[in-house]
Design a protein around this ligand. Sequence first.
Ligand code: ATP
Ligand code: MG
Length: 229
Amino acid sequence: MEPILVAKDVEKIYKNLAGEEFYALNHVSMEIGRKSLTILRGRSGSGKTTMLNMMSALDLPDKGVITCEGTQINVTDESIREQFRRTTIGYVFQAVALIPIMNAYENVEFSLRLAGYQGDYKERIEECLTKVGLRDRMYHMPYEMSGGEQQRVAIARAIAHKPKLIFADEPTAELDTQTALQVIKVFKELIEKEDVSIIMTTHDAGLFDVGDVCYEMEDGQIVGKHDTV
Ligand SMILES: Nc1ncnc2c1ncn2[C@@H]1O[C@H](COP(=O)(O)OP(=O)(O)OP(=O)(O)O)[C@@H](O)[C@H]1O
Ligand SMILES: [Mg+2]
């Protein structure tokens, strides 16, 4: 099956404190399979977030080509990238950024409005919160939920507008391994039932093997690729 996203020879150069240029990404190539969970691992500063930002069209590489279903996404026209981000992508971040004065339902509803979702809001919101196991927490405020539950609301929010790709940067960093594994379980169910591909970064050695593929990064390069299935 054709991969959903292909990154080829991606380079990103930054300047360090001394003003010297260095490769945050150095000829990085990656293929993201359909309906798969891809893990990006590597030490702090190895380039994981930088690569995620390139693949999700948040930032532009200096060189290389990134395509999603054959369409190039690393284009300078910001409005094209914004459109791609809004419609095709969902984001989950390390620090769960739920809106504190909105309950779980309203948080998901808010993101549907931002995405300009066409469809029945109530039905979709309830469906997404049920999928992440929060059917009976739908009207809880963030402060009434555990860290793992809040992260699951964030996941419901990321999938609500039916993106093809979900990018999750250290989504489990603030969770213990047991709770992190529950989040992974939710990811896998979503891949099955929502037809999405998920790319996540992690430091947690307990999670390196939970995906379909694990890329290992070091100093801006890919130094290993393990298929775990
Ligand atoms: N906007 C920027 N300007 C300059 N340097 C940057 C910028 N963003 C990242 N870097 C540098 O690029 C390198 C890669 O950073 P990146 O955030 O991708 O690492 P990471 O693997 O995600 O690390 P962590 O595990 O700590 O999140 C680091 O040396 C970082 O300091
Ligand atoms: Mg990072």
